[in-house]
Design a binder for this molecule. Sequence first.
Ligand code: MSP
Length: 572
Amino acid sequence: MLRPPLRLPQPFRRAASTAGPGRRLLLSTPIFYANGPPHIGHVYSALLADALHRHRGLRGAGPSRLSTGTDEHGLKIQQAAAAAGTSPPELCARISALFHQAFTQAAVSFTDFIRTSEPRHCQAVCHFWNALQERGALYKGTYEGWYCTAEEGFLPESQLTERVDAQGCTHKVSVESGHEVHWTKEENYMFKLSAFQDLLQKWLRDNPRAICPEPFYQRVLCWLGEDLPDLSISRERSRLQWGIPVPSDSTQTIYVWVDALVNYLSVLGYPETHGEWWPAAHHVVGKDILKFHAVYWPALLMAAGLSLPERIFVHSHWTVRGQKMSKSLGNVIDPFACNERYTVDGFRYFLLRQGVPERDCDYYDEKVVKVVNSELADALGGLLNRSTAPGINPSNTYPCFSETCFPKVVDYRETEALGRAAAEDYEFVVSVASLPLRVASYFEDFQIYKALECIALCVRQTNGFFQRHRPWKLDRKDPSEKLWLDTIIHVTLECLRVYGTLLQPVIPHTADRLLSRLAVEPEERLISNLTFLPRYNGKPCPFEGRQLGPDTGILFHRLEKSSQHQIENKRL
Ligand code: MSP
């Protein structure tokens, strides 16, 4: 008999960033299979979570943690170790270190790195299992079905198809991944997933923002409208030794997905200290693991008497020149090589600027070069260069803004230009002033690429403003010309300060150089305190008259075009 969960899903709390200050939040990436080195898809998952984490930190939204790590148990790892002629612990230690290194190099601001082979995690999983058992959520039964080792799961007939190999033999394979499945029959512990169907539906109906973006929310609702069979959550130990034994039955190994999902609790010190953070959790996951996070995980949590995470952010996949990345095609892209070729910030910018969560996105070298060169090197770097060039700004200061040249108007469309600013200048100032809020709202909705699109547009507008007024033609010796020249530079530097501040979560190193050049002190870099052009609103500007920081050269060097696709031909 399944007793009702101690705590059913609580009334949905507002997302952390809309709640009051000081609220804690755990952000998480999935934990990565330790059967092969990291590729750019893995780094993308981690960068999305990192950008959310950094953005939240800069908004002073309260303490947050970013957890990541490696998923080390299961048949997949056991078989990969055997194929590599090594032991699972040795393989996991090596691969886990590579993930750690890849994320460190990509400037992922993780605070916790968990390995599922660690004792703290194994203890948490055993405790979680016991909670499921004690609350009557498990029973023993014979399970048979098609098992896909690559996906570590049983698949229904509807998700299978047939493939004929070179020898003419027919194999059953997964529609989703193309990997072969094997008929498996064994005694397992079963989880009463079916008992949670109504509660899961209610949770989602009550919390329409729990799964974001919207198409994925709809997808989960659809799954929950279909048959939801109970889930096999252990394997016979004789078949799978590399995993955590069922606490009260050493002939069984805990299913790797139950083991892996509990990582979100074990990083928080479950079962002792997790309550200080849980359930204020936001999980970033790829679309392929949505069912595990949006159906199995919430059901397991309810069954164990725990509350549900607040939000699940879902992203799609990267392809390479239109093809799925795969070892057999030899087109798996190495993130270390990408950082070297495009720089860490260049590659971060590309992935976050071009990655659209709702659909798969395509990587190829020419595209990275084009995006990074036009938006970071030319538009942003060029703007800084032009507005700080000694010919234009010989005193190397943040010059003064003149209200006479750029007077405040109530409605620029109805006002004859009084000063020297034109209607389109007013329009562009309005658009930059609203940028921080627009960016925050896109981050909140997991649309980071749209935030970057808005910033890129504003950068283009600022270049247009600068170009339109040709400050290099103004005569600094003429007092009225000088006022206008200084105002043009002041407005441009104010824009750059806003862009540098808002870009910190995405290109932290470049943003730091930009802000240092503008002499913006570390405590002045918070998004929460970001004001734009206070002088236009008659308020003092702390930057006015300030000496600029040292000129450390070009902000972002243009990337060379490459004739061969060095990175794509480098096999992992
Ligand atoms: N170990 C499980 C997750 C357990 S979380 C409790 C797993 N690992 S994985 O290494 O296969 O994938 C980790 C993440 O990388 C997933 O979010 C997955 O969607 C993402 N990606 C894997 N390939 C990808 C692309 N080609 N593109 C973008 N993300 C990709 O699943």
